[in-house]
Design a protein around this ligand. Structure first.
Ligand SMILES: Nc1nc2c(c(=O)[nH]1)N[C@H]1C(S)=C(S)[C@@H](COP(=O)(O)O)O[C@H]1N2
Ligand SMILES: [Mo]
Length: 432
């Protein structure tokens, strides 16, 4: 699949010489077994023993009351959500991005979960909060947060991916960092009540076919969700990762729609109407539909297809050593189930290796993968390819464009390529 001379960089191309170098390096790696010779390039810095007392061992530190709510070390101050200023006209209708290259495992810390708002963050007093169910139900109902906490609780780990994640990459490699190309995703544990349980309380009429969640923010965001999904695995969540939702994630209540596009996960939810037809709201007609080459648009593209990205190395996380033992890591997910396998190539697709999946594997959740190798210090072309439990294989960018054309924004789940240079710097590129 890889034509070495047909590579497109985010800044307009990489020389043929570079890429020939990368290919040659790849051939060498194919013959090198991981762990084969760790002694030669062990990941240690043995040149200096600890011979003097260090500052932090010579005085007492802060007491336990210094920070009633803990925050990260000041040396981790660069681990933050970031936005792309030119992308949106105002910070209220905008997005920032999860720093995937700085994270480990599969759980996104609450303060680093990307935010996407259409009308800014609603600040809701939980004492005044109400949630209503109306429409095709036997008895319309209004709940307080405390009412909802008297229903049986569920704890579930799910990814939330905005359908626009990687949308800026449709026409070519553009943004230099997986935070920006893939950071409209987070993966947390939700606590709440199953939507099915609450709908049953109100009693569905026999002609009920759809539900419409509606937000209480200034955007009053609403979407149509078919009843089969509402009765399957949707949740009304009031907590994430063990604590109350953060204001930006919908405090005090949000809808969880596992595996489906983030736009449907209505935050600050105030109402669910039950109906017999979809509402064709703004967010499912003028937005969140996909314009095809023939001028028709796909609609109701709810499921998020299997996808993966290498988070390290990546443009914001270059390789800092010259050569030797190197840990490649990334995340993979699928809206249809678990990720059963991730393949990794370091030579632009000439040779594929099965990555090592580590950590818990849940349905519609992020999975963590690793591929450890001995780097000979020459350029690399890194890619990862996820395969989910239905057998679906993550497509290349060319494969995706053959079906979807160049006009799309949403649902870009194509394979990402990173070009690692000999000095360890990494750039977003495309190969075909
Ligand atoms: N009420 C309301 N819900 C909303 C939105 C919004 O603007 N208002 N944005 C949606 C979009 S487009 C996405 S991708 C997700 C983002 O969730 P997050 O901010 O927790 O990452 O929330 C969705 N729910
Ligand atoms: Mo979104």
């Amino acid at each position: 699949m890889s034509k070495p001379d047909n590579i497109r960089g985010h800044s307009g191309g990489v020389s043929r010489r570079h890429i020939l170098g990368a290919s040659a390096a790849g051939m060498a790696f194919a013959a090198t077994r991981v762990y084969a010779n760790p002694a030669g390039d062990a990941p240690t810095t043995p040149d200096k023993a600890i011979t003097e007392l260090q500052d932090w061992s010579q005085a007492l530190g802060d007491g336990v009351d210094a920070k009633p709510y803990g925050v990260p070390s000041k040396y981790e101050a660069g681990v933050v959500r970031r936005n792309v200023e030119w992308l949106t006209a105002s910070p209220q209708s905008s997005v920032n991005f999860t720093p995937l290259h700085d994270l480990e495992g599969i759980i996104t810390p609450n303060g680093l979960c990307f935010e996407r708002h259409h009308g800014g963050v609603a600040e809701i007093n939980p004492a005044k909060f109400r949630f209503m169910i109306n429409g095709l139900v036997e008895k319309p109902m209004v709940f307080t947060i405390d009412d909802l906490k008297r229903f049986p609780r569920e704890n579930r780990i799910f990814f939330l991916e905005c359908a626009a994640n990687s949308g800026m990459e449709w026409r070519g490699a553009q943004l230099n960092g997986c935070q920006f190309t893939h950071g409209m995703i987070h993966n947390v544990m939700y606590t709440g009540v199953s939507l099915k349980r609450v709908l049953e309380e109100a009693g569905l009429k026999t002609n009920a076919k759809w539900v419409m969640p509606e937000g209480g923010d200034s955007a009053a965001m609403n979407r149509s969700i078919p009843l089969f999904k509402a009765l399957d695995d949707c949740m009304l969540a009031y907590a994430m990762n063990g604590e109350a939702l953060r204001p930006e994630q919908g405090y005090p209540l949000r809808l969880v729609v596992p595996g489906w596009e983030g736009n449907m996960w209505v935050k600050w939810i105030r109402r669910i109407e039950v109906g017999d037809m979809p509402w064709h709201a703004r967010e499912e007609t003028s937005k969140y539909t996909d314009l095809m080459e023939n001028g028709n648009a796909r609609r109701f593209t709810w499921e998020m297809d299997a996808k993966s990205v290498i988070t390290n190395p990546s443009p914001q996380a270059p390789i800092k050593h010259k050569k030797g033992f190197t840990v490649l890591s990334g995340v993979a997910w699928s809206g249809r189930g678990k990720v059963s396998r991730v393949d990794v190539t370091i030579d632009g697709g000439k040779n594929w290796h099965t990555a090592r999946l580590d950590g818990p594997s849940f349905d519609k959740s992020m999975h963590r993968f690793y591929y450890e190798f001995d780097w000979n210090g020459e350029p690399l072309l890194l890619q990862s390819r996820a395969i989910d439990s239905t057998g679906y294989v993550q497509p290349t960018k060319d494969e995706l464009r053959q079906v979807r054309g160049y006009n799309s924004i949403y649902h870009n789940n194509a394979i990402q390529t990173w070009h690692v240079k000999a000095n360890g710097e990494v750039e977003n590129v495309e190969i075909s």
